[in-house]
Design a protein around this ligand. Structure first.
Ligand code: SF4
Ligand code: SF4
Length: 450
């Protein structure tokens, strides 16, 4: 379909008619994109590490193929913007390409920028627009809707594995398909734990802000509970503000910069309200988003705003890394550890932040656990956020490879520091009938006796 890129006073979305402010924003993003693309020398080193390419064998799925497409994005926007958007979306945003790129191309920033340009040009599909702009952008409304959904979810779902904690749909559902998933918690973390300020104790004045994240709040509140338990045990002061919002990455990866920026501003104001040393999160994706994506996506904001974002992002840290850097817990001396644990490295923890030794150190501190490594623990599990919803077949193929590597270790527990990876690994293990518990390293560490 040919698109008309002309001026209009209303946002007509999909037919390509745009407001002047939209055109200026798109032109600005386009200039930034062109600057980023210059560094790619088309060497193809990203091909060998791309999980999507490993399953499809299509050059168009590799970073090099996508960057070549973006080089001609202006032309593509007039000829086949839907096709360009679809090609860009066939990506897990895992960062394997960026981590392996000799030229240091900021591949993920470029892809996110390009998705924003194309979504700005095409308009968001109505369902996405409703979820992102109507729900996610408003943390209080989002919380209430999810609270309501958690009360009625058993009408539509039934438990399938009590070790992994998975359920499946009671009746055929196009959205859920044959997935085995972790349901919403009966009570979200924000419902059971009021906003609080805990003074610091034995840590000698150490204070943290605790950013919960949507998946931990609504699906895995036990991870937030374990995090608070550990911080209290080590005498760390905690600032836990209420009405926390999503970090914004689901919106940005769908090209919705408006919702992303609104959530960023909301969370920034919340976490600026108190003084503390470190902003801690137990979600690899939230940590990586606040540390890397927030500062990279605010170039069009005022210098003062950019400084505020930079101040918060620089003091953000994954909870495994925080505990090890501050307290360096010793490995437990044990002769008869009962539980064999293996560890999966989330892309957003290892490739994005270089954190991989720290979760293992926390697991080794538990005398009941013996750590056994799987093959390629840092291979992507195939989740990729909305990639799993759009390309479930490719996502599952990658997940099954991960599942087999986990099972081959003989472990009864797989630990990983990202709740999205926990969802994907739970699905593939449960569907294969492999009853391996899926946990966060901080849960395992929190079980260590005082
Ligand atoms: S993104 Fe990096 S690794 Fe991939 S082709 Fe370009 S320069 Fe090479
Ligand atoms: S981010 Fe991951 S899936 Fe996307 S192009 Fe790079 S390596 Fe491939």
């Amino acid at each position: 379909m040919k698109h008309t890129f002309c001026v209009d006073v209303s946002d007509k979305g999909h037919n390509g008619l745009k407001k002047m402010s939209d055109i200026k924003a798109i032109a600005h993003l386009m200039r930034e994109l062109e600057d980023g693309l210059v560094a790619c020398m088309r060497c193809g080193m990203c091909q060998a590490v791309c999980p999507v390419f490993s399953q499809t064998g299509r050059e168009a799925d590799v970073a090099r193929g996508k960057l070549a497409l973006l080089d001609g994005l202006m032309q593509e926007m007039f000829e086949n913007p839907e096709g360009a958007y679809e090609r860009l979306n066939r990506c897990l945003l895992c960062g394997s390409c960026a981590a392996n790129c000799p030229s240091g191309v900021k591949v993920l920033d470029i892809f996110l920028q390009a998705r924003a340009i194309l979504a700005g040009f095409l308009g968001l599909p109505p369902a996405k627009r409703m979820v992102l702009r109507g729900l996610l952008a408003h943390p209080q409304i989002f919380d209430r809707v999810v609270e309501w959904a958690s009360r009625f979810q058993t009408i539509f779902t039934k438990p399938v594995d009590d070790v992994i904690g998975t359920s499946c749909a009671r009746i055929a559902s196009p959205l859920l398909g044959g997935r085995h998933f972790r349901t919403l918690a009966p009570q979200a973390f924000h419902q059971e734990t009021p906003p609080m300020i805990i003074p610091s104790g034995t840590s000698g004045g150490l204070r943290v802000g605790f950013f919960v994240g949507c998946l931990i709040d609504k699906v895995f509140p036990q991870i937030a509970r374990a995090s608070l338990k550990i911080l209290r045990r080590y005498g760390v002061g905690v600032f836990l503000p209420g009405t926390q919002g999503c970090c914004g990455i689901p919106a940005l990866s769908s090209g919705d910069r408006q919702t992303f920026l609104s959530l960023l501003k909301h969370n920034l104001a919340l976490f600026e309200a108190q003084a503390y040393d470190t902003l801690v999160t137990a979600c690899a994706t939230c940590t990586s988003t606040i540390k890397k994506v927030w500062p990279a996506m605010v170039h069009d904001q005022t210098a003062e705003f950019q400084e505020r974002v930079a101040r918060l992002s620089v003091k953000t840290q994954d909870i495994n890394a925080f505990m090890v850097s501050q307290f360096n817990p010793a490995p437990a001396v044990t002769k008869a550890a009962k539980t064999v644990v293996t560890c999966h490295d989330p892309c957003h923890l290892k490739k994005s932040l270089g954190v991989f030794a720290e979760p293992r150190q926390l697991i080794r501190a538990n005398p009941d656990c013996r750590l056994v490594e799987m093959n390629d623990p840092d291979a992507c599990c195939g989740m990729g956020g909305t990639f799993n919803l759009q390309y479930y077949e490719i996502s599952t193929k990658l997940g099954k490879i991960k599942g087999k590597r986990i099972v081959d270790t003989g472990a009864s527990v797989v630990a990983t520091g990202c709740p999205a990876c926990m969802m994907q690994i739970s699905d593939v293990l449960s569907r294969a009938g492999n009853r391996v518990a899926v946990r966060h390293p901080i849960e395992i560490f929190a079980e260590v006796e005082n």
